[in-house]
Design a protein around this ligand. Structure first.
Ligand SMILES: Cc1cc2nc3c(=O)[nH]c(=O)nc-3n(C[C@H](O)[C@H](O)[C@H](O)COP(=O)(O)OP(=O)(O)OC[C@H]3O[C@@H](n4cnc5c(N)ncnc54)[C@H](O)[C@@H]3O)c2cc1C
Length: 488
Protein backbone atom coordinates (compact mmCIF):
# COMPACT_ATOMS: atom_id res chain seq x y z
CA UNK A 1 0.00 0.00 0.00
CA UNK A 2 1.07 3.64 -0.38
CA UNK A 3 4.80 4.32 -0.52
CA UNK A 4 5.04 4.50 3.29
CA UNK A 5 8.38 2.92 4.14
CA UNK A 6 7.06 0.28 6.56
CA UNK A 7 10.21 -1.30 7.67
CA UNK A 8 9.39 -4.48 9.50
CA UNK A 9 7.36 -7.46 8.46
CA UNK A 10 4.53 -8.16 10.86
CA UNK A 11 4.85 -11.85 11.37
CA UNK A 12 2.67 -14.24 13.25
CA UNK A 13 4.63 -14.02 16.51
CA UNK A 14 2.28 -15.32 19.14
CA UNK A 15 1.08 -12.66 21.51
CA UNK A 16 1.50 -13.52 25.14
CA UNK A 17 -1.19 -13.21 27.70
CA UNK A 18 -3.81 -11.04 26.10
CA UNK A 19 -5.25 -13.19 23.34
CA UNK A 20 -6.85 -16.57 23.36
CA UNK A 21 -8.75 -18.37 20.68
CA UNK A 22 -12.25 -17.70 19.43
CA UNK A 23 -13.65 -20.61 21.40
CA UNK A 24 -12.96 -18.80 24.69
CA UNK A 25 -16.00 -18.15 26.89
CA UNK A 26 -18.24 -15.68 25.17
CA UNK A 27 -19.72 -12.44 26.45
CA UNK A 28 -19.44 -11.24 29.98
CA UNK A 29 -19.18 -14.48 31.99
CA UNK A 30 -15.72 -13.62 33.35
CA UNK A 31 -16.31 -9.96 34.19
CA UNK A 32 -16.45 -9.26 37.93
CA UNK A 33 -20.07 -8.43 38.76
CA UNK A 34 -20.89 -4.93 39.92
CA UNK A 35 -17.33 -3.65 39.57
CA UNK A 36 -16.91 -0.01 38.67
CA UNK A 37 -13.91 0.40 36.38
CA UNK A 38 -11.76 3.52 36.17
CA UNK A 39 -11.98 3.17 32.40
CA UNK A 40 -13.56 0.94 29.80
CA UNK A 41 -12.07 0.56 26.32
CA UNK A 42 -14.38 -0.46 23.47
CA UNK A 43 -12.27 -2.55 21.11
CA UNK A 44 -9.01 -4.44 21.50
CA UNK A 45 -7.27 -3.17 18.39
CA UNK A 46 -3.64 -2.18 18.96
CA UNK A 47 -4.63 1.41 19.81
CA UNK A 48 -7.20 0.24 22.37
CA UNK A 49 -4.55 -1.98 23.93
CA UNK A 50 -1.96 0.80 23.97
CA UNK A 51 -4.44 3.17 25.63
CA UNK A 52 -5.38 0.49 28.20
CA UNK A 53 -1.74 -0.28 28.94
CA UNK A 54 -0.90 3.38 29.60
CA UNK A 55 -3.95 3.78 31.85
CA UNK A 56 -3.12 0.57 33.73
CA UNK A 57 0.47 1.70 34.05
CA UNK A 58 -0.82 4.82 35.76
CA UNK A 59 -2.57 2.59 38.31
CA UNK A 60 -6.09 2.73 36.82
CA UNK A 61 -8.34 -0.32 36.48
CA UNK A 62 -9.26 -0.91 32.84
CA UNK A 63 -11.57 -3.35 31.05
CA UNK A 64 -10.95 -3.93 27.34
CA UNK A 65 -14.04 -5.20 25.51
CA UNK A 66 -13.46 -6.75 22.10
CA UNK A 67 -16.21 -8.04 19.83
CA UNK A 68 -13.98 -10.66 18.18
CA UNK A 69 -12.66 -13.70 20.06
CA UNK A 70 -9.10 -12.54 19.51
CA UNK A 71 -7.39 -9.24 20.28
CA UNK A 72 -5.45 -7.08 17.84
CA UNK A 73 -8.05 -5.63 15.45
CA UNK A 74 -6.45 -4.93 12.07
CA UNK A 75 -3.03 -5.79 13.54
CA UNK A 76 -4.04 -9.34 14.49
CA UNK A 77 -2.27 -12.65 13.75
CA UNK A 78 -4.47 -15.67 13.22
CA UNK A 79 -3.76 -19.37 12.74
CA UNK A 80 -5.36 -22.18 10.85
CA UNK A 81 -7.38 -20.28 8.24
CA UNK A 82 -5.25 -22.61 6.14
CA UNK A 83 -4.15 -25.44 8.46
CA UNK A 84 -0.54 -25.09 9.58
CA UNK A 85 -0.12 -21.44 8.51
CA UNK A 86 -0.28 -18.27 10.62
CA UNK A 87 -1.29 -15.02 8.93
CA UNK A 88 -1.03 -11.33 9.76
CA UNK A 89 -4.54 -11.07 8.39
CA UNK A 90 -4.69 -7.33 7.71
CA UNK A 91 -1.61 -5.18 8.31
CA UNK A 92 1.61 -6.82 7.25
CA UNK A 93 4.44 -4.31 7.80
CA UNK A 94 5.45 -2.41 10.91
CA UNK A 95 7.50 0.77 10.86
CA UNK A 96 5.20 3.41 12.23
CA UNK A 97 4.97 2.15 15.82
CA UNK A 98 6.04 5.06 18.03
CA UNK A 99 9.45 4.50 19.65
CA UNK A 100 8.11 5.93 22.93
CA UNK A 101 5.58 3.08 23.11
CA UNK A 102 8.26 0.45 22.58
CA UNK A 103 10.21 2.06 25.40
CA UNK A 104 7.46 2.95 27.89
CA UNK A 105 5.64 -0.36 27.64
CA UNK A 106 8.91 -2.35 27.46
CA UNK A 107 7.53 -4.30 24.53
CA UNK A 108 10.76 -6.11 23.77
CA UNK A 109 10.96 -7.38 27.35
CA UNK A 110 7.40 -8.62 26.86
CA UNK A 111 8.38 -10.65 23.78
CA UNK A 112 8.25 -8.28 20.80
CA UNK A 113 10.89 -9.08 18.21
CA UNK A 114 11.25 -6.92 15.12
CA UNK A 115 12.49 -8.53 11.91
CA UNK A 116 13.98 -5.88 9.59
CA UNK A 117 13.44 -6.11 5.85
CA UNK A 118 16.73 -5.88 4.00
CA UNK A 119 16.61 -5.18 1.11
CA UNK A 120 13.37 -3.36 1.74
CA UNK A 121 11.82 -3.55 -1.70
CA UNK A 122 12.04 -5.49 -4.93
CA UNK A 123 10.33 -4.42 -8.12
CA UNK A 124 10.51 -6.95 -10.96
CA UNK A 125 9.80 -5.75 -14.51
CA UNK A 126 8.42 -7.72 -17.43
CA UNK A 127 11.33 -6.54 -19.64
CA UNK A 128 13.76 -8.56 -17.49
CA UNK A 129 15.09 -5.70 -15.36
CA UNK A 130 14.42 -5.26 -11.64
CA UNK A 131 14.98 -2.67 -8.91
CA UNK A 132 16.21 -3.61 -5.44
CA UNK A 133 16.26 -0.92 -2.75
CA UNK A 134 17.34 -1.02 0.87
CA UNK A 135 19.52 0.51 3.57
CA UNK A 136 22.71 0.13 1.47
CA UNK A 137 23.35 3.49 -0.27
CA UNK A 138 25.83 2.03 -2.77
CA UNK A 139 23.44 -0.71 -3.81
CA UNK A 140 20.64 1.86 -4.19
CA UNK A 141 22.86 3.99 -6.42
CA UNK A 142 23.80 1.14 -8.74
CA UNK A 143 20.23 -0.22 -8.81
CA UNK A 144 18.61 3.12 -9.67
CA UNK A 145 21.37 3.78 -12.24
CA UNK A 146 20.00 0.81 -14.23
CA UNK A 147 16.99 3.04 -14.95
CA UNK A 148 18.30 6.63 -14.64
CA UNK A 149 21.64 8.04 -13.52
CA UNK A 150 19.98 11.38 -12.79
CA UNK A 151 17.56 9.74 -10.38
CA UNK A 152 20.40 7.74 -8.81
CA UNK A 153 22.24 11.00 -8.05
CA UNK A 154 19.10 12.66 -6.67
CA UNK A 155 17.97 9.76 -4.45
CA UNK A 156 20.18 10.50 -1.37
CA UNK A 157 18.92 14.11 -1.38
CA UNK A 158 15.36 12.85 -1.51
CA UNK A 159 15.98 10.52 1.44
CA UNK A 160 17.65 13.30 3.42
CA UNK A 161 14.66 15.56 2.89
CA UNK A 162 12.27 12.84 4.00
CA UNK A 163 14.37 12.29 7.12
CA UNK A 164 14.18 15.98 8.05
CA UNK A 165 10.45 15.96 7.47
CA UNK A 166 10.07 12.93 9.76
CA UNK A 167 11.94 14.70 12.56
CA UNK A 168 9.57 17.63 12.28
CA UNK A 169 6.57 15.32 12.37
CA UNK A 170 7.64 13.38 15.50
CA UNK A 171 6.35 16.00 17.90
CA UNK A 172 3.11 16.49 15.96
CA UNK A 173 2.40 12.76 15.98
CA UNK A 174 3.22 12.19 19.65
CA UNK A 175 0.94 14.84 21.11
CA UNK A 176 -2.70 15.84 20.97
CA UNK A 177 -3.48 18.70 18.58
CA UNK A 178 -3.86 22.03 20.41
CA UNK A 179 -7.63 22.37 20.61
CA UNK A 180 -8.50 25.86 21.87
CA UNK A 181 -11.53 24.41 23.64
CA UNK A 182 -9.26 22.84 26.23
CA UNK A 183 -9.45 24.36 29.68
CA UNK A 184 -6.48 22.63 31.20
CA UNK A 185 -3.00 21.65 30.16
CA UNK A 186 -0.13 20.06 32.01
CA UNK A 187 3.16 20.17 30.17
CA UNK A 188 4.27 17.25 28.03
CA UNK A 189 7.47 16.96 30.10
CA UNK A 190 5.48 16.58 33.36
CA UNK A 191 3.34 13.93 31.77
CA UNK A 192 6.36 11.98 30.53
CA UNK A 193 8.02 12.16 34.00
CA UNK A 194 4.88 10.87 35.59
CA UNK A 195 4.85 7.85 33.31
CA UNK A 196 8.50 7.00 33.79
CA UNK A 197 7.96 7.07 37.59
CA UNK A 198 5.27 4.45 37.29
CA UNK A 199 6.99 2.16 34.80
CA UNK A 200 8.24 -0.34 37.38
CA UNK A 201 4.88 -1.84 38.18
CA UNK A 202 2.68 -1.17 35.18
CA UNK A 203 3.12 -4.70 33.80
CA UNK A 204 1.75 -6.38 36.92
CA UNK A 205 -1.20 -4.08 37.12
CA UNK A 206 -1.95 -4.56 33.46
CA UNK A 207 -2.07 -8.32 33.88
CA UNK A 208 -4.56 -7.96 36.71
CA UNK A 209 -6.97 -5.65 35.00
CA UNK A 210 -7.18 -6.78 31.40
CA UNK A 211 -10.03 -9.01 30.30
CA UNK A 212 -8.67 -11.71 28.05
CA UNK A 213 -9.90 -13.31 24.88
CA UNK A 214 -13.64 -13.12 25.46
CA UNK A 215 -16.07 -11.93 22.86
CA UNK A 216 -17.45 -8.74 24.32
CA UNK A 217 -19.50 -6.88 21.77
CA UNK A 218 -20.55 -3.47 23.02
CA UNK A 219 -24.11 -2.70 21.90
CA UNK A 220 -24.21 0.88 23.15
CA UNK A 221 -22.56 3.51 25.29
CA UNK A 222 -24.67 4.47 28.33
CA UNK A 223 -25.11 8.21 28.73
CA UNK A 224 -26.91 9.91 31.65
CA UNK A 225 -29.70 11.95 30.07
CA UNK A 226 -29.63 14.60 32.79
CA UNK A 227 -25.89 15.21 33.11
CA UNK A 228 -24.93 14.20 29.58
CA UNK A 229 -22.07 12.16 31.10
CA UNK A 230 -20.99 8.69 30.14
CA UNK A 231 -21.92 5.98 32.66
CA UNK A 232 -20.38 2.94 31.00
CA UNK A 233 -21.35 0.53 28.25
CA UNK A 234 -23.90 -2.20 27.69
CA UNK A 235 -22.98 -5.47 25.99
CA UNK A 236 -25.16 -7.26 23.48
CA UNK A 237 -26.16 -9.80 26.15
CA UNK A 238 -27.51 -6.94 28.30
CA UNK A 239 -24.63 -6.83 30.80
CA UNK A 240 -23.83 -3.30 31.92
CA UNK A 241 -20.23 -2.31 32.62
CA UNK A 242 -19.89 0.81 34.68
CA UNK A 243 -17.32 3.54 34.37
CA UNK A 244 -17.33 7.31 34.04
CA UNK A 245 -14.59 7.03 31.38
CA UNK A 246 -15.10 5.19 28.08
CA UNK A 247 -12.51 5.16 25.32
CA UNK A 248 -13.65 3.97 21.91
CA UNK A 249 -11.23 2.20 19.60
CA UNK A 250 -14.05 1.65 17.10
CA UNK A 251 -14.28 3.89 14.02
CA UNK A 252 -15.80 7.36 14.53
CA UNK A 253 -18.84 6.23 12.50
CA UNK A 254 -19.41 3.16 14.68
CA UNK A 255 -18.78 5.11 17.87
CA UNK A 256 -21.01 8.09 17.22
CA UNK A 257 -23.66 6.71 14.87
CA UNK A 258 -24.03 3.07 15.98
CA UNK A 259 -23.12 3.08 19.68
CA UNK A 260 -24.57 6.35 20.99
CA UNK A 261 -28.21 7.39 21.44
CA UNK A 262 -29.22 9.63 18.55
CA UNK A 263 -29.94 12.76 20.58
CA UNK A 264 -26.74 13.27 22.57
CA UNK A 265 -24.52 14.79 19.87
CA UNK A 266 -24.54 18.27 18.34
CA UNK A 267 -25.98 18.16 14.85
CA UNK A 268 -22.94 19.64 13.09
CA UNK A 269 -20.61 17.13 14.79
CA UNK A 270 -22.80 14.18 13.81
CA UNK A 271 -23.07 15.53 10.29
CA UNK A 272 -19.23 15.67 9.97
CA UNK A 273 -18.95 12.09 11.18
CA UNK A 274 -21.66 10.84 8.83
CA UNK A 275 -20.23 12.58 5.78
CA UNK A 276 -16.57 11.63 6.39
CA UNK A 277 -14.91 9.64 3.62
CA UNK A 278 -14.88 5.93 4.48
CA UNK A 279 -14.43 4.71 0.92
CA UNK A 280 -11.92 1.99 0.25
CA UNK A 281 -10.77 -0.10 -2.67
CA UNK A 282 -8.26 -2.43 -1.07
CA UNK A 283 -8.37 -6.18 -0.69
CA UNK A 284 -6.02 -8.42 1.25
CA UNK A 285 -5.36 -12.02 0.21
CA UNK A 286 -3.41 -14.19 2.65
CA UNK A 287 -1.94 -17.04 0.65
CA UNK A 288 -0.36 -20.32 1.73
CA UNK A 289 2.09 -21.72 -0.86
CA UNK A 290 4.13 -24.91 -1.04
CA UNK A 291 7.25 -23.14 -2.41
CA UNK A 292 8.71 -19.67 -2.85
CA UNK A 293 7.90 -17.78 -6.05
CA UNK A 294 10.92 -17.61 -8.36
CA UNK A 295 11.10 -14.37 -10.32
CA UNK A 296 11.99 -14.62 -13.98
CA UNK A 297 14.14 -11.47 -13.96
CA UNK A 298 16.45 -12.92 -11.27
CA UNK A 299 18.62 -15.35 -13.12
CA UNK A 300 19.35 -17.80 -10.27
CA UNK A 301 16.88 -19.88 -8.30
CA UNK A 302 16.62 -19.29 -4.56
CA UNK A 303 14.41 -22.01 -3.06
CA UNK A 304 15.36 -20.91 0.48
CA UNK A 305 14.90 -17.19 -0.22
CA UNK A 306 17.15 -14.57 -1.81
CA UNK A 307 17.35 -10.76 -1.53
CA UNK A 308 14.29 -10.50 -3.79
CA UNK A 309 12.13 -12.29 -1.20
CA UNK A 310 13.09 -10.23 1.86
CA UNK A 311 11.13 -7.03 1.42
CA UNK A 312 8.05 -5.63 -0.26
CA UNK A 313 7.62 -6.95 -3.78
CA UNK A 314 5.77 -4.72 -6.23
CA UNK A 315 3.81 -6.61 -8.84
CA UNK A 316 2.18 -4.95 -11.86
CA UNK A 317 2.02 -1.15 -11.80
CA UNK A 318 4.86 -0.81 -14.30
CA UNK A 319 3.75 2.65 -15.38
CA UNK A 320 1.65 5.53 -14.09
CA UNK A 321 -0.80 4.83 -16.93
CA UNK A 322 -1.28 1.26 -15.77
CA UNK A 323 -2.00 2.41 -12.21
CA UNK A 324 -4.38 5.07 -13.48
CA UNK A 325 -6.34 2.52 -15.54
CA UNK A 326 -6.53 0.16 -12.57
CA UNK A 327 -7.90 3.00 -10.43
CA UNK A 328 -10.44 4.18 -13.00
CA UNK A 329 -11.82 0.67 -13.41
CA UNK A 330 -12.53 0.49 -9.69
CA UNK A 331 -14.09 3.94 -9.73
CA UNK A 332 -16.59 2.63 -12.24
CA UNK A 333 -17.43 -0.37 -10.06
CA UNK A 334 -15.17 -2.97 -11.69
CA UNK A 335 -12.24 -4.55 -9.86
CA UNK A 336 -8.97 -3.80 -11.67
CA UNK A 337 -8.12 -6.08 -14.59
CA UNK A 338 -4.43 -5.71 -13.78
CA UNK A 339 -4.42 -4.85 -10.08
CA UNK A 340 -1.57 -3.13 -8.28
CA UNK A 341 -0.17 -5.71 -5.86
CA UNK A 342 2.19 -5.44 -2.90
CA UNK A 343 3.51 -8.85 -1.91
CA UNK A 344 5.41 -9.75 1.26
CA UNK A 345 6.68 -13.14 2.36
CA UNK A 346 7.11 -13.00 6.16
CA UNK A 347 7.89 -16.73 6.45
CA UNK A 348 11.28 -16.08 4.82
CA UNK A 349 12.22 -14.22 8.02
CA UNK A 350 10.07 -16.08 10.53
CA UNK A 351 10.17 -19.85 10.14
CA UNK A 352 7.57 -20.43 12.86
CA UNK A 353 4.54 -19.37 10.81
CA UNK A 354 4.46 -22.05 8.11
CA UNK A 355 5.36 -25.72 7.72
CA UNK A 356 9.01 -26.34 6.67
CA UNK A 357 9.63 -25.39 3.02
CA UNK A 358 6.20 -23.80 2.68
CA UNK A 359 5.42 -20.10 2.91
CA UNK A 360 2.98 -17.38 3.93
CA UNK A 361 2.38 -14.72 1.29
CA UNK A 362 0.57 -11.43 1.96
CA UNK A 363 -1.02 -9.76 -1.05
CA UNK A 364 -2.22 -6.20 -0.52
CA UNK A 365 -4.25 -5.42 -3.61
CA UNK A 366 -5.64 -2.28 -5.22
CA UNK A 367 -8.22 -1.62 -6.61
CA UNK A 368 -11.42 -3.41 -5.63
CA UNK A 369 -14.60 -1.36 -5.21
CA UNK A 370 -16.70 -1.84 -2.07
CA UNK A 371 -19.74 -2.31 -4.28
CA UNK A 372 -19.36 -4.02 -7.63
CA UNK A 373 -21.40 -2.64 -10.54
CA UNK A 374 -22.07 -6.23 -11.62
CA UNK A 375 -22.20 -9.25 -9.32
CA UNK A 376 -21.36 -9.26 -5.65
CA UNK A 377 -18.42 -10.03 -3.39
CA UNK A 378 -20.73 -12.54 -1.67
CA UNK A 379 -20.67 -14.68 -4.81
CA UNK A 380 -17.98 -17.40 -4.47
CA UNK A 381 -17.40 -17.37 -8.25
CA UNK A 382 -16.72 -13.61 -8.26
CA UNK A 383 -14.30 -14.00 -5.37
CA UNK A 384 -12.52 -16.97 -6.95
CA UNK A 385 -12.20 -15.28 -10.29
CA UNK A 386 -10.65 -12.14 -8.74
CA UNK A 387 -8.18 -14.15 -6.64
CA UNK A 388 -7.17 -16.15 -9.71
CA UNK A 389 -6.72 -12.93 -11.69
CA UNK A 390 -4.23 -11.76 -9.05
CA UNK A 391 -2.40 -15.10 -9.03
CA UNK A 392 -2.18 -15.08 -12.87
CA UNK A 393 -0.69 -11.58 -12.81
CA UNK A 394 1.97 -12.86 -10.40
CA UNK A 395 2.58 -15.82 -12.79
CA UNK A 396 3.72 -13.29 -15.43
CA UNK A 397 6.60 -12.35 -13.12
CA UNK A 398 7.08 -15.64 -11.26
CA UNK A 399 5.88 -18.49 -13.51
CA UNK A 400 4.17 -21.31 -11.63
CA UNK A 401 2.97 -19.17 -8.74
CA UNK A 402 -0.70 -20.18 -9.22
CA UNK A 403 0.15 -23.85 -8.99
CA UNK A 404 2.03 -23.30 -5.70
CA UNK A 405 -1.09 -22.04 -3.89
CA UNK A 406 -2.39 -24.51 -1.29
CA UNK A 407 -5.05 -22.24 0.20
CA UNK A 408 -6.00 -18.63 0.82
CA UNK A 409 -8.09 -16.22 2.89
CA UNK A 410 -9.49 -13.21 1.05
CA UNK A 411 -10.73 -9.96 2.63
CA UNK A 412 -12.53 -7.56 0.27
CA UNK A 413 -13.72 -4.15 1.56
CA UNK A 414 -17.12 -5.55 2.73
CA UNK A 415 -15.28 -8.44 4.45
CA UNK A 416 -13.02 -5.97 6.27
CA UNK A 417 -16.10 -4.08 7.41
CA UNK A 418 -17.99 -7.17 8.60
CA UNK A 419 -15.06 -9.03 10.14
CA UNK A 420 -13.01 -6.18 11.64
CA UNK A 421 -15.59 -3.41 12.06
CA UNK A 422 -13.75 -1.18 9.57
CA UNK A 423 -16.48 1.15 8.28
CA UNK A 424 -16.63 0.99 4.46
CA UNK A 425 -13.61 -1.34 4.60
CA UNK A 426 -11.42 1.74 5.03
CA UNK A 427 -8.15 0.50 6.51
CA UNK A 428 -7.43 3.77 8.37
CA UNK A 429 -10.84 4.38 10.07
CA UNK A 430 -11.49 7.08 7.47
CA UNK A 431 -9.53 8.73 4.71
CA UNK A 432 -6.26 10.48 5.55
CA UNK A 433 -6.51 13.37 3.10
CA UNK A 434 -5.33 16.82 4.16
CA UNK A 435 -8.93 17.79 4.98
CA UNK A 436 -9.23 15.00 7.55
CA UNK A 437 -5.94 15.18 9.43
CA UNK A 438 -4.66 16.98 12.54
CA UNK A 439 -7.22 19.57 13.75
CA UNK A 440 -9.82 18.09 11.39
CA UNK A 441 -9.63 14.50 12.68
CA UNK A 442 -12.24 13.16 13.45
CA UNK A 443 -14.13 16.48 13.17
CA UNK A 444 -13.28 20.16 13.43
CA UNK A 445 -13.02 21.24 17.08
CA UNK A 446 -12.64 17.68 18.46
CA UNK A 447 -9.12 16.59 17.56
CA UNK A 448 -7.89 16.15 21.16
CA UNK A 449 -9.55 12.75 21.74
CA UNK A 450 -12.34 14.29 23.85
CA UNK A 451 -15.81 14.16 22.32
CA UNK A 452 -19.01 16.16 22.78
CA UNK A 453 -20.11 13.52 25.33
CA UNK A 454 -18.36 14.09 28.69
CA UNK A 455 -16.27 11.08 29.65
CA UNK A 456 -16.23 9.58 26.14
CA UNK A 457 -12.93 9.62 24.26
CA UNK A 458 -11.82 8.37 20.86
CA UNK A 459 -8.57 6.34 20.96
CA UNK A 460 -8.38 4.63 17.55
CA UNK A 461 -7.14 5.45 14.08
CA UNK A 462 -10.11 7.75 13.44
CA UNK A 463 -8.37 10.20 15.81
CA UNK A 464 -5.11 12.17 15.29
CA UNK A 465 -2.66 11.21 13.78
CA UNK A 466 -4.64 8.48 11.98
CA UNK A 467 -4.24 4.91 10.76
CA UNK A 468 -1.33 2.52 10.53
CA UNK A 469 0.14 0.35 13.27
CA UNK A 470 1.45 3.37 15.10
CA UNK A 471 -0.16 3.32 18.56
CA UNK A 472 -0.08 7.13 18.67
CA UNK A 473 -3.86 7.69 18.94
CA UNK A 474 -4.04 5.20 21.83
CA UNK A 475 -1.07 6.72 23.65
CA UNK A 476 -2.15 10.34 23.16
CA UNK A 477 -5.75 9.56 24.15
CA UNK A 478 -4.60 7.87 27.37
CA UNK A 479 -2.52 10.90 28.24
CA UNK A 480 -5.55 13.20 27.79
CA UNK A 481 -7.71 10.89 29.94
CA UNK A 482 -5.09 10.92 32.70
CA UNK A 483 -4.90 14.69 32.46
CA UNK A 484 -8.69 14.95 32.86
CA UNK A 485 -8.71 12.46 35.74
CA UNK A 486 -6.14 14.59 37.58
CA UNK A 487 -8.29 17.68 37.18
CA UNK A 488 -11.49 15.96 38.36
C1 LIG B 1 -5.75 -5.04 4.89
C2 LIG B 1 -5.00 -4.04 5.73
C3 LIG B 1 -3.63 -3.87 5.56
C4 LIG B 1 -2.93 -2.93 6.32
N1 LIG B 1 -1.57 -2.85 6.21
C5 LIG B 1 -0.88 -2.09 7.09
C6 LIG B 1 0.53 -2.21 7.19
O1 LIG B 1 1.14 -3.04 6.52
N2 LIG B 1 1.16 -1.40 8.08
C7 LIG B 1 0.50 -0.51 8.88
O2 LIG B 1 1.15 0.21 9.65
N3 LIG B 1 -0.85 -0.41 8.81
C8 LIG B 1 -1.55 -1.19 7.97
N4 LIG B 1 -2.91 -1.17 7.96
C9 LIG B 1 -3.61 -0.20 8.81
C10 LIG B 1 -3.61 -0.62 10.28
O3 LIG B 1 -3.69 -2.01 10.39
C11 LIG B 1 -4.80 -0.01 11.00
O4 LIG B 1 -4.84 1.39 10.74
C12 LIG B 1 -4.67 -0.22 12.51
O5 LIG B 1 -4.37 -1.55 12.82
C13 LIG B 1 -5.96 0.21 13.19
O6 LIG B 1 -5.78 0.04 14.57
P1 LIG B 1 -6.82 0.56 15.63
O7 LIG B 1 -6.42 0.00 16.94
O8 LIG B 1 -6.95 2.04 15.53
O9 LIG B 1 -8.22 -0.03 15.17
P2 LIG B 1 -8.67 -1.51 14.82
O10 LIG B 1 -7.52 -2.39 14.62
O11 LIG B 1 -9.68 -1.38 13.74
O12 LIG B 1 -9.37 -1.99 16.17
C14 LIG B 1 -10.68 -1.63 16.53
C15 LIG B 1 -11.23 -2.78 17.34
O13 LIG B 1 -12.51 -2.42 17.86
C16 LIG B 1 -13.33 -3.57 17.82
N5 LIG B 1 -14.72 -3.14 17.91
C17 LIG B 1 -15.42 -2.39 17.01
N6 LIG B 1 -16.68 -2.22 17.45
C18 LIG B 1 -16.80 -2.85 18.65
C19 LIG B 1 -17.86 -3.04 19.58
N7 LIG B 1 -19.08 -2.54 19.36
N8 LIG B 1 -17.60 -3.76 20.71
C20 LIG B 1 -16.38 -4.27 20.95
N9 LIG B 1 -15.33 -4.13 20.08
C21 LIG B 1 -15.54 -3.43 18.95
C22 LIG B 1 -12.97 -4.21 16.49
O14 LIG B 1 -13.35 -5.57 16.43
C23 LIG B 1 -11.45 -4.03 16.49
O15 LIG B 1 -10.79 -5.12 17.09
C24 LIG B 1 -3.63 -2.12 7.24
C25 LIG B 1 -5.00 -2.31 7.43
C26 LIG B 1 -5.68 -3.26 6.70
C27 LIG B 1 -7.15 -3.47 6.93
Amino acid sequence: MSPAPWRFLLTGARRRGFSTDASAPSASSQLPRGKRWDAVVIGGGHNGLVAAAYLARAGRSVAVLERRGVLGGAAVSESDLVPGFRFSRCSYLLSLLRPAILRDLELERHGLKLLPRSPSSFTPCLDGRYLLLGPDAEMNFSEISKFSSKDAMAYPRYEEQLEKFCQLMDFVIDSAPPELRQEYHTSMVDRMKDRVDKSAYWGNILRLVMQQGQKNMVSHVMVNETTGRVEGVALTDGTEIHSSIVLSNATPYKTFVDLLPANVLPENFLCSVKTADYSSATTKINVAVDRLPQFQCCKGINPEGGPEHMGTIHIGSESMEEIDIAFREAESGVSSKRPVIEMTIPSVLDKTISPPGQHVINLFIQYTPYKLSEGSWQDPDVRKSFAERCFSLIDEYAPGFSSSVVGYDMLTPPDLEREFGLTGGNIFHGSMGLDSLFLMRPAKGWSDYRTPVKGLYLCGSGAHPGGGVMGAPGRNAASIVLEDLKVK
